[in-house]
Design a protein around this ligand. Structure first.
Ligand code: SF4
Length: 329
């Protein structure tokens, strides 16, 4: 199958099967670029299904770049609350400010300028170029990588390098409908060429796929090492109020409210009595011992938060999860 055939088949499939997503709405060019910017930041590290309600609410509360550049941090974080990776929200606002001050309020339409904006790297700049500006680029996200690994039956480590995958991307060719085309390829990865049990019978490019021919869909992966870390959280309760602290100690959840915690050795963790919970964060497996404290420890930037009040505060899911565990504890 030549590139032209491939792009036609993929677009035909997309036109008949694409998901209706709020950032795919027919809007003005300017609005489309804002939608692309916000959705691409949200989609870094987070699945489409999770992002949808956040995106709808975000656009309702912060409808354009100008509003985003001026939004107060509490409102911004409230819109992001629960989505995780909060530095994305902070970077998104910094990016809006920089677009206003350095680019006359217009999202730049070239990769080099896009990459000067906070939170925009190689992938996001290409995604914005393709989706927001209809440029003939296919960004290499996890979905596109998986398709390429299967189409070319890439089983060795060297074949799976980013460099090699970037070369293989020419397999898709280009289309004048570049924005749709980039989204169509990613959509096939998400809905058809799924990590487990790909739906090859519905795949528009199965004729070109070596994995399909060989009936072997195993993907090469260098096992991402999940670091296990051990923590002790301090649970101090005074009537219905819990002691929380603004986190300036750990790199994760920086500046957000958490229970006072410290990292401990495995041995110390094992010897700790009381309830223990596991929380996965990025590529870190956190094992947390919840230690009830009778006496309040004096900690900088800490305060008592009433349990019935937690919804009016900006709390990361991490803290809410601990709240859930301690309220039954
Ligand atoms: S034929 Fe199957 S394995 Fe190959 S790209 Fe399509 S869905 Fe993926």
């Amino acid at each position: 199958m030549n590139n032209r055939n491939i792009s036609n088949k993929i677009l035909h499939w997309y036109d008949n099967n694409k998901r209706i997503l709020p950032w795919r709405k027919n809007v003005s060019k300017k609005q489309k670029q804002y939608f692309t910017l916000v959705s691409e930041f949200m989609l870094q590290q987070t699945q489409v299904k999770t992002v949808i309600p956040y995106f709808i609410n975000f656009i309702k509360k912060i409808p354009d770049l100008n509003n985003l550049s001026k939004v107060n941090d509490a409102k911004l974080m409230k819109c992001w609350e629960g989505l995780g990776y909060y530095s994305r929200a902070r970077n998104l606002k910094k990016t809006a400010r920089k677009i206003i001050s350095n680019f006359g309020g217009v999202l730049p339409s070239n990769i080099d300028d896009l990459k000067t904006l906070p939170g925009i790297g190689e992938y996001t700049s290409k995604a914005i170029m393709a989706i927001g500006f209809n440029k003939p680029i296919v960004p290499l996200d996890g979905n596109v990588e998986r398709i390429l690994k299967r189409v070319f039956y890439l089983k060795k480590e060297i074949e799976n390098s980013k460099n090699n995958l970037n070369k293989k991307i020419s397999f898709f060719g280009t289309s004048q409908r570049s924005s749709d085309y980039a989204q169509a390829i990613m959509e096939i990865g998400a809905l058809i060429c799924k990590p487990v049990k790909p739906l090859c019978e519905s795949c528009p490019i199965s004729k070109s796929c070596l994995s399909y021919k060989k009936n072997d869909f195993e993907i090469f992966s260098k096992n991402k090492f999940n670091k296990i870390k051990y923590f002790e959280a301090e649970i101090y309760k005074d009537k219905d109020k819990y002691l929380l602290v603004k986190n300036d100690k750990f790199k994760f959840l920086r500046n957000l409210l958490i229970f006072p915690m410290r990292e401990v050795e495995k041995k110390k963790f094992k010897s700790t009595q009381g309830k223990k919970i596991n929380i996965k964060m990025s590529n870190m497996e956190m094992k947390i011992a919840l230690n009830k404290k009778i006496k309040k420890t004096k900690i900088k930037n800490s305060f008592l938060l009433d349990e019935s009040n937690i919804n009016s505060f900006i709390l990361p899911s991490f803290t809410k999860r601990i709240f859930k565990s301690v309220s039954k504890y």
